[in-house]
Design a protein around this ligand. Structure first.
Ligand SMILES: [Zn+2]
Length: 833
C-alpha cells in the first residue's frame, strides 16, 4: 500500500512562488512548507515528480537542520530527505525547495495551450492538479487530507493576465502576489496565465464572478457568467452556507483533458463547456454548459470546502456534484425538465455500465492515486448521482437538504468520508441512511425487479441484473424503494427480500414512479400491455423509463426484442425530446446490432409510423419563438427520417446544406449525412472548413463529419489527421470514436490503433482520456474481435486500463449474444408489419 505522507508530516502553510520563463516553456518553483512532524523522525518524505531540485533547506524555528542526503523514490513520486538528527514529535519544521521543470503538453501539472490570434502564435499556461499532479509543479504533500493555507505568487511576462484561486493582493514589478487562501487541498490549487479578456458581474450577496477567455470569444461567455452568478445564489441558499471565497472565476482553456475542473475560486473549462455563441451553438450544448457550470460550482462547497478524506470517496465528490448540478439547473431553467434528461442520459447510462460483471462498487479501495483515473467513470459520476437522487427521494427533499447543510457546516475546511455524510443525514430522519445506502455503494450492480400479477396480488421478485446472462450473478438483495404511483402510496416502502406480494389495485400503473430507484423493472407481458395502452397518461419520466427498461431487458435476453418493438408503436403521439432520444437510441441499437446495414431497411415501416406525425408537424425549419422542446425533438425525428430515407428528408438535407442559415441544432445531422455519401471534393470542402473554423463547437462538427466519409482513401486521410498539428491532443479521442463508429472505417482504424499504441500510451497514460481509448473498442460487435483485443493487449502494460479492457470484451460478448438470439425473430416481425 502506498504510504500516506500526512501521517508523518502535516503541512500547515505553503508559500509557493512560480517563476515562468519568458517563452512559458519552463518554470522554477520556490516552495516553502511550514509543517508539523506527526512523530519522531529523521526522514522527511514529500511528493515531487519530474522536478529538478536545485536547493533544499530544512529549518526548525531559526535553527538549520542538517540534511544528510536527499534522494528520489520515483515509483511513488517521493522526495526523501534524510536528516542528520531526528525531529521530535509535534515539532515545527520548515522545508524550502527550489525546483526547475519544463512545461509538457500532457494536460496535467503546469501545461500549455497554444493558439493563434490575428496570425500571432500565443500560449495560455494553466494547471490541472487533480488528482495527483500538484507534485509536478512544486514540492508538496499531495494528498487530499493534507489541507493547508497557500500564498501563491507568480513571476512572468508582464503583458499577460495572472489568475489564481484567490484575488490579486499586490503586484511587485513582474511578480503577482495573490491573497492567502483558506485551508485547502493541493489538488484544488490552480493558476492560469494568458492574454485573457474578461466579463464580470456580482451575485446578490456581492461575490464577484468573472469569466476569462481569449478576447475573440469573451462575449460568448456571457451565458456561463449569468448561470454562474445565479447558481452561486442558489447554492448559498440550498446549502445554508455562504460561498467561502471573495471571487469566483471561470476560465476557458483551449486544451483540456476533461470538461472542466473545480479548482477553488478558479474553475477551468474546455471551450465547449463555457462558450455559447447564439448563432452557432446548439441548444443541447447550451444545456451542457449550464450543467457543467453548476457541477463545478457545487464542488466549491462539496469537495472543496469539505473534501474527501482519500480518493476512495471520489464517487461522493462527483456523484454529489452531478446530482446537485441537475438540482440547480432545474431551479434556473424549469422549462428544460432536466430530471427527465437525467433519467434518459445519466441514470440510463449508469445502469448499462453497472450491468457488467466488470463494473465496480462505487466506493472502491484506491491504494495509489495513479489507479484513480479509471474510476473517473460513469459509475462514480452517474451511478453516484443516481443513488443520491434515490436517497433524496427516499428520505425526503427537506430532510436531505438539512442533512447536507449540517455536513457542510460540521466538516467545513476539513475532510470527511461517505459514512460521515450518512451520519449527518441520519440525524434528520428515522431512517438508517448507512444501512439503506451500503448495498448501493459497497456492492457493484443493481437488481431487475420482476412484476407479475397472481390472482389478487402483485408479485415482486428481485435478482442481480446482467446484460450478459452467461456471466455469474451475485447473490445480493438490495433495499429497493418501490416509489410507486398513487395506487401504492408507499413513499418509504422498501422491498428488501428476494420476493414479496402486494395486493393488486385496479388502478395499478407502475412502480419506480419517477425512476429515481436505481433498478430495472420487468413487467410480465400482460402488465406491460396494460401499461403500454396507457402510455399517454403517464408522466414524462415514466414514459421514457418504461421504454428504456424494456429495451435493456431485451438486450439481456429477459424479454424478446419483438416485445420492445410492440411497445414502441405506442409512442407515435410523443411530444417530449427526452422520450424521443430514448426512442431514437432504441431504434439505433436494434438497427446497428441486430440488423446491420444490409437489413436496416426492414425498420422503415415502423419508423415511418412512429415519426410521421412529428415530421409533418415540425418540418425542417425552426419557427420563430418555437419551444426549446421542439428544437430538441426535431433533430431526433429528422435524423430517423434521413437515415431511413423517409418522406422528402434526403431532398431537404440537400437544400438546407446549400443555404447558409442552417440552425445549429441540425448541423451535425446534415454534415453527417452529406459525409456518408460524400466524395473527395466534398471532403476537401469539409477539411478546409474544419481548418478555418475558430469556434470549437463548430470545429468539432466538421471533425465528426470528417470521420463519417466512407471511401477508403478518405478514411485514410482522416486517420492521418489524428496525429497532425491540426488536431489538438484534447480532441483525438473524438476522432478515434468517430472512426470506430463508422463501420467502413473500423478495420483501417484498428490497424492504425495497433501500430500507434505507443503514441497513445505516451500521450495519454496519466490522464482520463486513456481509458476512453480502450472504451471505443466497444463499437465492435463481432465475437471474433474479442480474441484480437485479448491478443493485442496480452503483451502490453495495462496499468490504469485493465478494467476497461475487460468491460469492452464483456460488451462485445453480450451484443453478439443478443444478435444471435433475436435477430431472426426481429427480421420476421418487421417483415410482417
Ligand atoms: Zn466534478
Amino acid at each position: 500500500m502506498t504510504k500516506r505522507l500526512t501521517q508523518h508530516l502535516k503541512p500547515n502553510h505553503y508559500a509557493v512562488h512560480f517563476i515562468l520563463a519568458d517563452d512559458l516553456a519552463s518554470f522554477e518553483s520556490h516552495s516553502t512548507i511550514d509543517a508539523t512532524a506527526q512523530k519522531e523522525t529523521d526522514v522527511l518524505e514529500l511528493h515531487a515528480k519530474d522536478l529538478d531540485i536545485t536547493t533544499l533547506t530544512v529549518t526548525a524555528g531559526k535553527t538549520t537542520i542538517e540534511v544528510q542526503e536527499h534522494s528520489f523514490n520515483t515509483a511513488e513520486d517521493l522526495l526523501v530527505i534524510k536528516l542528520k538528527q531526528p525531529l521530535a514529535k509535534d515539532s515545527a519544521v520548515t522545508i524550502k525547495t527550489i525546483a526547475t521543470a519544463t512545461v509538457t503538453p500532457t494536460m496535467h501539472g503546469i501545461y500549455p495551450a497554444h493558439y493563434e490570434e490575428d496570425g500571432q502564435k500565443k500560449t495560455i499556461l494553466s494547471t490541472q492538479f487533480e488528482s495527483h499532479h500538484a507534485r509536478e509543479a512544486f514540492v508538496c504533500v499531495d494528498e487530499p487530507a493534507a489541507k493547508a493555507t497557500f500564498d501563491v505568487s507568480i513571476t512572468g511576462p508582464s503583458d499577460l493576465t495572472y489568475l489564481s484561486n484567490m484575488p490579486v493582493d499586490s503586484t511587485d514589478g513582474s511578480r503577482t502576489v495573490f491573497a492567502t487562501s483558506p485551508v485547502m487541498s493541493t489538488y484544488l490549487l490552480a493558476f492560469a496565465v494568458g492574454d485573457f479578456a474578461k466579463l464580470s458581474k456580482t451575485t446578490k450577496r456581492g461575490v464577484e464572478v468573472n469569466t476569462y477567455s481569449m478576447p475573440r470569444t469573451i462575449d460568448h461567455t456571457q451565458f456561463a457568467l449569468d448561470v454562474a452568478a445565479d447558481c452561486l445564489d442558489f447554492f448559498e441558499e440550498y446549502f445554508g452556507v455562504e460561498y467561502p471565497l471573495p471571487k469566483s472565476d471561470l476560465v476557458a482553456i483551449p486544451e483540456f483533458a476533461a470538461g472542466a475542473m473545480e479548482n477553488w475560486g478558479l474553475v477551468t473549462y474546455r471551450e465547449t463547456a463555457i462558450i455559447n455563441d447564439p448563432a452557432n451553438t446548439a441548444l443541447s450544448n447550451k444545456q451542457y454548459i449550464a450543467e457543467v457550470v453548476c457541477h463545478e460550482l457545487a464542488h466549491q462547497w462539496f469537495g472543496n470546502l469539505v473534501t474527501m478524506q482519500w480518493w476512495d470517496d471520489l464517487w461522493l465528490n462527483e456523484g454529489f456534484a452531478s446530482w446537485a448540478a441537475a438540482l440547480a439547473v432545474d431551479a434556473l431553467f424549469p422549462n428544460w425538465d432536466v430530471w427527465a434528461f437525467f433519467v434518459a442520459e445519466d441514470s440510463s447510462y449508469a445502469l448499462s455500465e453497472d450491468a457488467l460483471t466488470n463494473s465496480h462498487p462505487i466506493r472502491v479501495p484506491v491504494e495509489n492515486p495513479k489507479d484513480i483515473s479509471e474510476i473517473f467513470d460513469a459509475i462514480s459520476y452517474r451511478k453516484g448521482a443516481s443513488i443520491i437522487r434515490m436517497l433524496n427521494q427516499y428520505i425526503g427533499a427537506a430532510n436531505f437538504q438539512a442533512g447536507i447543510s449540517k455536513y457542510l457546516k460540521e466538516f467545513a475546511y476539513g475532510n470527511a468520508t461517505t459514512d460521515d455524510l450518512w451520519n449527518c443525514l441520519s440525524t434528520e430522519t428515522d431512517i438508517d441512511v448507512a444501512e439503506f445506502m451500503k448495498p448501493w455503494t459497497e456492492v457493484m450492480g443493481f437488481p431487475a425487479v420482476s412484476v407479475t400479477k397472481s390472482n389478487a396480488n402483485i408479485v415482486l421478485a428481485q435478482e442481480h441484473f446482467l446484460l450478459n446472462s452467461t456471466r455469474p450473478k451475485q447473490n445480493v438483495t438490495w433495499p429497493v424503494p418501490l416509489l410507486s404511483n398513487d395506487s401504492y402510496k408507499t413513499g418509504t416502502a422498501v422491498f428488501n427480500s428476494t420476493s414479496t406480494q402486494l395486493p393488486y389495485n385496479d388502478n395499478f400503473l407502475k412502480i419506480n414512479s419517477g425512476h429515481s430507484g436505481f433498478y430495472r423493472t420487468n413487467y410480465s407481458p400482460k402488465l406491460q400491455e396494460t401499461l403500454s395502452q396507457q402510455i399517454d397518461r403517464l408522466p414524462l419520466v415514466d414514459r421514457l423509463g418504461i421504454l428504456d427498461d424494456a429495451a435493456e431487458l431485451a438486450v439481456a435476453g429477459i424479454k424478446p426484442t419483438t416485445e420492445v418493438l410492440e411497445l414502441l408503436k405506442n409512442y407515435a403521439n410523443e411530444d417530449k425530446s427526452q422520450v424521443w432520444s430514448v426512442i431514437g437510441s432504441t431504434i439505433h441499437s436494434v438497427r446497428s446490432t441486430l440488423l446491420g446495414e444490409e437489413n436496416e431497411h426492414l425498420l422503415k415501416g415502423l419508423v415511418e409510423q412512429l415519426i410521421e406525425q412529428k415530421y409533418n408537424e415540425l418540418g425542417w425549419e425552426e419557427a420563430k419563438g418555437e419551444s426549446e422542446n421542439d428544437q430538441l425533438v426535431r433533430p431526433v425525428v429528422l435524423a430517423l427520417a434521413t437515415r431511413f430515407d423517409l418522406f422528402d428528408a434526403r431532398k431537404q438535407v440537400e437544400s438546407i446544406y446549400n443555404s447558409d442559415t442552417t440552425a445549429p441544432n441540425l448541423r451535425g445531422l446534415i454534415y453527417g449525412h452529406k459525409a456518408k455519401y460524400g466524395d473527395k471534393d466534398l471532403y476537401k470542402i469539409f477539411w478546409n472548413n474544419y481548418l478555418q473554423e475558430d469556434l470549437q463547437e463548430q470545429k468539432n462538427r466538421w471533425a465528426r463529419a470528417l470521420t463519417e466519409f466512407r471511401e477508403p482513401e478518405l478514411i485514410h486521410q482522416t486517420i492521418d489527421a489524428i496525429q497532425s498539428e491540426h488536431v489538438r491532443l484534447q480532441d483525438t479521442i473524438s476522432w478515434a470514436a468517430g472512426l470506430m463508429r463508422n463501420t467502413k472505417a473500423q478495420q483501417a482504424f484498428w490497424e492504425w490503433y495497433k501500430q500507434n499504441w505507443v503514441w497513445i500510451e505516451s500521450n495519454y497514460s496519466a490522464g482520463h482520456i486513456y481509458s476512453y481509448f480502450v472504451a471505443i473498442l466497444g463499437f465492435f460487435k463481432d465475437q471474433s474481435r474479442i480474441e484480437e483485443i485479448k491478443d493485442f493487449f496480452a503483451d502490453k502494460n495495462t496499468d490504469g486500463i485493465g478494467r476497461s479492457i475487460e468491460q469492452v470484451i464483456e460488451k462485445i460478448e453480450y451484443k453478439s449474444a443478443w444478435k444471435k438470439r433475436d435477430s431472426e425473430a426481429v427480421k420476421n416481425w418487421l417483415t410482417k408489419q
